[in-house]
Design a protein around this ligand. Sequence first.
Ligand SMILES: Cc1ncc(COP(=O)(O)O)c(C=O)c1O
Length: 286
Amino acid sequence: MNPTLTAYVNGQFMSLDDATIHIEDRGFQFADGIYEVVACFGGHFLDLDAHLARLQRSCDGVNIPLPCSLDEMAVLIQETYERNPYADAMIYVQITRGASPRSHLPQGKLTPTLIVTSRHLPQPSNEKIATGVRGITLQDIRWKHCEIKSIALLASVMGKQEAHARHADEAFWLNEQGHVLEGCSTNILAIIDGVLVTHPLDHQVLGGITRKMALNVAKAHGLAVMERAWTLDEAGITEMMMSSTTNAVMPITTLNDTSVGDGKAGKTTLRIRQWMIEEMERLRAA
Ligand SMILES: Cc1ncc(COP(=O)(O)O)c(C=O)c1O
């Protein structure tokens, strides 16, 4: 319990122990938010203007409206500092797109969530400063583990927003080699020269349960299946489809304003969809 600590949450100061946000908050659901942290030593903020400017840039970068002016934010930061017991403090400002029923594409006009908290800023001992720190190096994996169904979905949210702005339903990611990987919340498969093709399972794609089911029913019905890297300029692409728990398989008929195949729902795609429905009905009946 921290009865003496105070947090600012959406317009109110309250005890940190009572401070909560909605479970549908997009920060929790999608990591759809930004933050800033500013140090305060004995009442003096270190470069507050630079932190506020970066806060504005971060909000602009993900298209979240700043919930108040930067001057009002400076006042909130000051007040949060004063309401907490630490002379040397880190003041955290966290802003998310707000709470709404879970959907990658934000539904309607949301009210951003704003939280300001204070934590103690410990000073390293002279001994630690003299000793220094130990480090390691790692390959940069930020964020290259798409096989993990992580809630760090901000890039997917941004992709969905871009798709929506361009009157599309889904955005599909290409890697640097131009390989077609997957959608923001779907896998993608194509019919190329009569073969059902999709990117193999590695760190670049989520192992979709529906993707697996589509491949399995296709194989069971004698359709050739190949998990390999593929690109949009391959000759022989006649159909594309996306798969997910919420869509089963759905034909993709337009990509980047260009028709896929003849621009109609692919016949093989619809056949796979039908096989999946039959499979689900078999499961339901069992
Ligand atoms: C990035 C991504 N790829 C693929 C999928 C499809 O997975 P599944 O078929 O298990 O729903 C999802 C589903 O949320 C997803 O977020």
